[in-house]
Design a protein around this ligand. Structure first.
Ligand code: 26Y
Length: 803
């Protein structure tokens, strides 16, 4: 059950008014909405701090093993609704606000979500922190407090326009800054006798936010670092000469390190500032980890027993070299001892299969920016290659493919190799992904050290994506299961299975979906002007825009429908709301072209009565965690249509299945496991599998022959070539000449599968049954289970509940 602090409403009201006075310096009469919001947030925060203090005391007392999660990204979502719920203050707050004549929804609008991530990887980090606290596992998340989060997306003439996300403009009531705890971070300079003298020092200033667990007293922390100029960098001589601008330049340069999140979810090659960000995060985090270790331990013997550091992709992998540097240069340990500690501390999660997304840094850049780290990486590589030579005597091919240094066409540091060499465990994020990592991307490493490789299938927070996002469905499920406890024990969703055969329950389930679609329609109308029909099937594709994810295939189905409707072939069609959400990297031209196409096709269908009887299309701008919370509960159909072998896992697939959407998808990422669990009969499978996709490419794929062989496909591509007076002809040309992601090869299978979907939707009762079974059988995809898997296989962390 929800923990309830048992605070009477008038006490909450007193605290709120006190915070309004003492923290905002204002009165009820002259308070702005922002004042009230901030006072409310502080009132909730105060209660969580009390819990945090107790958690910290328990941890201090028991001196447990900690998980330190290092991630360049966190997509936390709004804090107010979550913290109200987790603190058990929801009712008191509602009553107090009502008494004061205030509207909770209006105040929630003022709560800004910290968009400190790009997509799946960033949101996964947030789900994992939520689950760690919920499972009572001692943990701290480390990240960067970007001034500007992921850009805000709008559309102008159908094209994406990016605007800065100044998320702390009015101040962030959820964080505690500690400017007295700044850590120096060095850059550039020279190395003499293994001692590094940096040329530039930037300060890392931490601030922390509280990460409460659900249904437990545990409150953990996330510690985010921002860059501050050291006083030395304020160049007084220039200032004295009246050259104020130049004096300020150095400050700006330092503080730029945490200025902005890189808005790319695939490689942004060789950007010096990005490498600076990574080194900055890693240095600050390690300094903090060592400080915390020393609170209760002396010497280094217990370090690997007390500390485990999870690296979220390669972004924080410089930590391997930095910890070596600290142990060798600052602590005076010898190489072998230091290396044993490092190798016993880190674990690495890989989130991709695309070779082009594996980070590498030019040796020349690392040498210049981090000269001592470069030396250490060479030494690590030297020792490692000796080990390889022993395992494969005389095999220079092995040495070349395993080496941390890539030689051709330019010398580069392969961060994934450094990660595997420096970690005790490596994991992929879904069964298929982990298997393909072992067989392809990291194959030589898996052959050398098979025992180091694991799978930990991703999961999502049931609190964020069911309880908070979908209170109607959560209420219905709780009424059936008899309590709320399933939100901490998601396997209990299986108890819903019998309800799939209960027609009264199905009616209620369908009513919930309809009410959620109605909410979504209201929102879509407000932001796009498109009027969706709440009775139409909500057919949803929400994820970053990427060619491999094949939003284009989704649009091609809509174009096919356009032609069929115009020809009068409407038998078997069902009304659909085709909903898109997602951002494209600002420099990703091909993805942006596909967005423009989606918007152009939306204009065609929405502006035509005959067409919009069957299809309406809304591209909801600025998809983020809050957008997900609105769209997912309404969804009937979940589009998971990436080319097989490209999507490491996917997580919207899990969120949607848990909320009763049926999946139309390929055998990619976690789709495979979703289908295994919900049953093949309750999942719309189509398309090439990963092996077939590779084979087709190897055999010499000619998209044009697919175009020639299928007249309906031809009509679809010709439509793309001519829409808007040929403005998007490049999309069609690219499909015909390249089609890197085999869209044409999967087109026919996809269309036929969508026909089956429409047919299934016509038997609404059978559909509802499948919908219930999808939710009932998806409990595995809780992030709590993910965290337990990490705990068992990799971290070996016992839970430390409050005494
Ligand atoms: C190198 C830098 C530009 C970069 C920045 C962000 C590279 C990658 C990323 C983000 C990657 C990402 O979000 N990957 C996704 O991670 C999810 C969680 O594991 C997976 O579900 C999803 O398949 C994968 O694409």
């Amino acid at each position: 059950t929800v923990a309830n602090d048992g605070v009477p409403a008038d006490e909450f009201e007193t605290d709120l008014l006190r915070n309004l006075a003492h923290q905002r310096g204002t009165t009820r009469q002259s308070a702005s909405a922002q004042d009230i919001y901030q006072a409310l947030a502080l009132t909730v925060r105060d209660r969580l701090v009390d819990r945090y203090v107790k958690t910290a005391a328990t941890y201090y007392e028991t001196n447990p093993r900690f998980v330190y999660y290092l991630s360049a990204e966190y997509m936390l979502g709004k804090q107010l609704p979550q913290n109200l719920l987790y603190s058990g203050l929801q009712n008191q707050a509602r009553d107090a606000l009502e008494k004061l004549g205030l509207d909770p929804a209006e105040l929630e609008d003022l709560d800004v979500e910290p968009g400190l991530g790009n997509g799946g990887l960033g949101r996964l980090a947030a789900c994992i922190l939520d689950a760690l606290a919920t499972e009572d596992i001692p943990a701290v998340g480390y990240g960067i407090r970007y001034d500007l989060g992921i850009f805000k997306q709008t559309f102008e003439d159908g094209a994406q326009v990016e605007r800065p996300d100044d998320w702390t403009f009015y101040g962030n009531p959820w964080e505690f800054a500690a400017p007295d705890d700044q850590q120096p971070v060095g850059f550039y300079g020279k190395v003499e006798d293994g001692k590094w003298t940096p040329d530039e020092i930037v300060l890392g200033e931490p601030s922390h936010m509280l990460v409460p667990g659900y249904g437990t007293q545990t409150v953990n922390l996330i510690r985010l670092w921002r860059a501050r100029a050291s006083r030395a960098s304020f160049d007084l001589s220039r200032f004295g000469e009246g050259r104020y601008g130049e004096a300020v330049d150095a400050i700006v340069r330092s503080e730029n390190i945490s200025k902005v999140l890189y808005p790319d979810d695939s490689t942004e090659l060789g950007r010096e500032l990005r490498l600076k960000q990574q080194h900055f995060l890693v240095t600050c985090a390690l300094r903090d980890i060592v400080r915390r270790y020393r609170l209760r331990n002396t010497g280094w013997d217990a370090f690997t027993e007390k500390v485990t550091i999870q690296l979220n992709d390669t972004h924080p992998v410089m930590a391997v070299a930095e910890l070596m540097r600290v142990l060798l240069d600052e602590e005076g340990l010898d190489w072998d001892r230091a290396w044993l500690i490092v190798r016993g501390t880190f674990a690495y999660t890989c989130h991709t299969l695309l070779p082009e997304a594996l980070e590498t840094w030019p040796v020349a850049l690392v040498e210049r920016l981090l000269p001592r780290h470069m030396e250490i990486i060479y030494l690590i590589n030297f020792h490692f290659l000796q080990e390889v030579e022993q395992a494969y005597p005389g095999d220079t091919g092995r040495l070349r493919e395993l080496s941390i240094i890539q030689e051709e066409p330019e010398r580069r540091v392969r961060m994934a190799h450094l990660a595997v060499v420096g970690a005790k465990a490596v994991n992929g994020v879904a069964e298929l992904h982990s298997k393909l990592l072992r067989e392809t991307t990291l194959r030589p490493f898996a052959e050398l050290w098979p025992e180091r490789f694991h799978n930990v299938t991703n999961g999502v927070s049931p609190r964020r994506f069911m309880l908070i996002a979908n209170p109607r469905l959560t209420g219905l499920i709780s009424s059936r299961l008899g309590d709320h406890d399933w939100l901490r024990d998601l396997d209990r969703l299986s108890e819903l299975e019998p309800a799939a055969d209960d027609s009264a329950f199905r009616d209620q389930w369908r009513e919930v979906k309809r009410a959620n679609r109605r909410d979504l329609a209201r929102y879509a109308r407000a932001v796009t002007g498109v009027a969706l029909d709440p009775d139409a099937m909500a057919d949803v594709m929400i994820k970053r825009f990427h060619e491999y994810k094949r939003q284009l295939l989704r649009v091609m189905h809509v174009i096919t429908l356009i032609h069929r409707i115009r020809r009068g072939e409407t038998a078997g069609l069902v009304p659909r709301s085709v909903i898109f959400g997602g951002k494209a990297a600002p420099g990703y031209y091909a993805a942006k072209r596909i967005m423009r196409l989606a918007n152009a096709v939306a204009d065609v269908v929405n502006g035509d009565q005959q067409l919009s009887a069957y299809v309406r299309m809304a591209f909801l701008p600025n998809y983020n965690v809050s957008g997900a919370e609105l769209i997912i509960p309404a969804a009937d159909l979940s589009e998971q249509i990436s080319l097989a072998g490209k999507e490491a896992s996917g997580t919207s697939n899990m969120k949607l299945a848990l909320n009763g959407a049926l999946t139309i998808g390929t055998l990619d990422g976690a789709n495979v496991e979703i289908r295994d669990r919900v049953g093949a009969d309750n999942f719309f499978l189509f398309g090439l599998d990963a092996g077939q996709a590779v084979a087709l490419k190897q055999a010499g794929y000619r998209p044009r022959s697919w175009y020639e062989a299928d007249w309906e496909l031809r009509e679809t591509i010709d439509f793309i070539a001519t829409i808007d007076g040929g403005a998007l002809r490049e999309v069609a040309d690219d499909l015909l000449n390249r089609d890197e992601y085999l869209t044409l090869a999967d087109y026919r299978a996809y269309i036929e599968c969508q026909d089956e979907v429409a047919h299934a939707w016509e038997d609404r009762d059978a559909w509802t049954r499948m919908s219930i079974l999808n939710a009932a059988r998806s409990g595995f995809f809780s992030a709590d289970r993910t965290v337990r898997d990490y705990g068992r296989e990799i971290w070996h962390t016992p839970a430390v509940p409050e005494a």
